[in-house]
Design a protein around this ligand. Structure first.
Ligand code: HEC
Length: 139
């Protein structure tokens, strides 16, 4: 019995200190992008077969006040791409609707956070890319 108890103790301590932490780690957004998105999305223009990341991130920053809102909207789009949810319906006409990429909730959130963080106003692509029309549509 004592041996059993001490084994329990050891495994309880190990589970606190050891790999469970690593397994629960947040997925790496950039790694997900490289694996599942970069085949269609370049980071900078020119586009591959989808709008590049930086102009997209700039649009999300123009559209949403906080990272939380932007990430939530992007994760929602990724869960089920739909022209009604797309920030830029003209991109859908140009490139076709994005296919559904199977990801977990955590992966969608992580990759959306990474996308959001690529914001770079110096690289443009936001205004004059439908931004004005978009604001009107959302009032
Ligand atoms: C097979 C090609 C393809 C892959 C792979 C792909 N996308 Fe897309 N994505 C598109 C196309 C095409 C569009 C533009 C049309 C649209 O909005 O549906 C798009 C649009 C988007 C948008 C803009 C949505 C909006 O609000 O207008 C985001 C954000 C996005 N992709 C993120 C991702 C992420 C994150 C991944 C990886 C998990 C990914 N995409 C993988 C093709 C792809």
């Amino acid at each position: 019995m004592n041996t059993f108890l001490s084994l329990c103790m050891v495994s309880a301590i190990a589970s606190v200190l050891l790999p469970s932490g690593a397994m629960a780690a947040t997925p790496d957004g950039e790694a997900i992008f490289n694996r599942s998105c970069s085949v269609c999305h370049s980071v900078n223009p020119p586009p591959k077969s989808a709008p590049p990341v930086i102009p997209l991130a700039n649009r999300y920053h123009m559209q949403f006040q906080t990272k939380e809102q932007g990430v939530a909207a992007m994760a929602d789009f990724l869960e089920k791409p739909d022209v009604a949810k797309a920030l830029d319906p003209r991109a859908v006409s140009r490139f076709g609707l994005m296919p559904l990429i199977p990801l977990t909730d955590e992966e969608r959130k992580a990759v959306s956070e990474w996308f959001w963080d690529q914001y770079n106003p110096a690289k443009g692509g936001g205004r004059g890319f439908g931004g004005g029309q978009r604001r009107l549509m959302n009032q």
